[in-house]
Ligand binder design. Structure first.
Ligand code: PLP
Length: 402
């Protein structure tokens, strides 16, 4: 095998485990002794359908997804879901409240970074309801322009009966993430949504960059959770949806009452009724995601990854704090709101960032340049990044700071 690989801290598509890639290479030639490669086999074959069923049960078991929720597979990435959640949940709302028009329909968006901002913009573009920004975390930054914290619970202004309540669990670009400790001020304020588990609150979460890195808190209270595969579990092309049954609605019946017709490929009902096989799925991406999840199961499941990911993030933040103390580095996110998966910081001084990135490349570490919209350095610590790779990066950071 070709071991000329370097530590890839990229934000996505991102690193995959070497053992999975080696196994996938075999599957590309011959999928499960069928004599046909995975990229060539029919998605209607019994072998592929069994594999897809197994992928679903691996996700269900590891995330503890209750029977109230379906697991669906689709394409179009997180961006297609920016549109799909709006269209499907507007249809649901119209079926529940046939008398309400667009002016009386509200879509609640919690804006804590570039991706939730973009999702809110798409909802505005699609129309069909008024977008209410529940809170915009920029108002809490020093400049008024930076997404650098999770807002305090007292700042959230939820609508009384919205068609959806949207948030992004981990903001990949800005490095801001909700805490999973309900007692933390940086947690998502589930308690403000009222009603408890059976109230069927239309809570939507974008988990694109934190899916399968640790358990999902209050999973059963969500209407829709979605994630693109290309961060923690596989190649781009596959999108995973966890959808509560009451959100899988007859979009055509809603259209007869006046909502926008929903393209069939974006309709959750189409996906659910066809067992996620309405049209040709991204077979290769599904295959690699399945191998990754089998490996996760063998390694002790989400608990193990949660512990490892916590350690990885904590030791990196500790090194950054040290560098900050010496005036060489500057963390971009306020204490308590920092992401486990995407850690962002600046290197102080003219050309210092360039020197830092070049030094990293020279030592076999890549993908560290921050998102083009915000600059700086971004370290992505997805599941496939080993603790040894984090240690290697920390050693370099310490050397650089010296
Ligand atoms: N949401 C989050 C949190 C993301 O990180 C990304 C992509 O990086 C997206 C949505 C958009 O996903 P995609 O590129 O799959 O459309």
């Amino acid at each position: 095998t070709d071991h000329a690989r370097i530590a890839n801290f990229g934000a996505g598509p991102s690193a995959l485990p070497v053992s999975v890639l080696e196994e996938a290479t075999k599957g590309l030639m011959n999928f499960q002794q069928t004599g046909v490669g995975i990229a060539e086999i029919s998605h209607r074959s019994k072998e592929f359908q069994a594999f897809l069923g197994n992928l679903e049960s691996l996700i269900r078991t590891q995330l503890d997804v209750p029977p109230t929720h379906r697991i669906l597979f689709t394409q179009g990435g997180g961006s297609a879901q920016f549109s799909a959640v709006v269209l499907n949940l507007l249809a649901r709302y119209r079926l529940l409240h046939p008398e309400r028009n667009t002016e009386e329909t509200v879509l609640d968006y919690v804006v804590t970074g570039s991706w939730s901002k973009k999702a809110a913009e798409e909802a505005r573009r699609l129309g069909g309801g008024q977008v209410n920004v529940v809170v915009d975390s920029r108002q809490f930054s020093e400049s008024g322009k930076a997404f650098d914290s999770i807002p305090p619970h007292a700042a959230y202004r939820f609508s009384p009966d919205p068609a959806l309540i949207y948030y992004c669990e981990n903001e990949t670009v800005d490095g801001v993430e909700f805490s999973h400790d309900d007692a933390s001020p940086a947690s998502f304020p589930y308690h403000l949504l009222g009603g408890g588990t059976n109230a069927l609150v239309p809570l939507v979460a974008d988990y694109s960059s934190s899916f399968m890195c640790r358990p999902i808190p209050h999973l059963a209270d969500h209407a829709i959770i979605y994630a693109g595969a290309q961060k923690n579990i596989g190649p781009a092309g596959l999108t995973i949806l966890i959808a509560r049954e009451d959100c899988i609605v007859d979009v055509d019946a809603a259209a007869k009452l006046g909502t926008t017709p929903v393209p069939l490929t974006l309709s959750y009902k189409t996906l659910a009724d066809s067992g996620s096989l309405y049209n040709t799925p991204p077979v290769l991406s599904i295959y690699i995601a399945g191998l990754v999840l089998e490996r996760m199961q063998r390694h002790g499941g989400l608990k193990h990854y949660e512990e490892t990911n916590k350690r990885k993030a904590e030791k990196l933040y500790a090194a950054l704090r040290e560098g900050e103390g010496k005036g060489v580095l500057r963390r971009k996110v306020k204490e308590g709101s920092g992401s486990w998966m995407n850690v962002v910081f600046e290197v102080v001084g003219p050309d210092a960032e360039k020197a830092f990135l070049e030094g990293a490349e020279a030592r076999g570490m890549t993908g560290l340049k921050g998102h083009r919209s915000v600059g700086g350095v971004r370290v992505s610590l997805y599941n496939a990044i080993t603790e040894a790779e984090v240690d290697q990066l920390i050693a370099y950071i310490k050397e650089f700071v010296q």
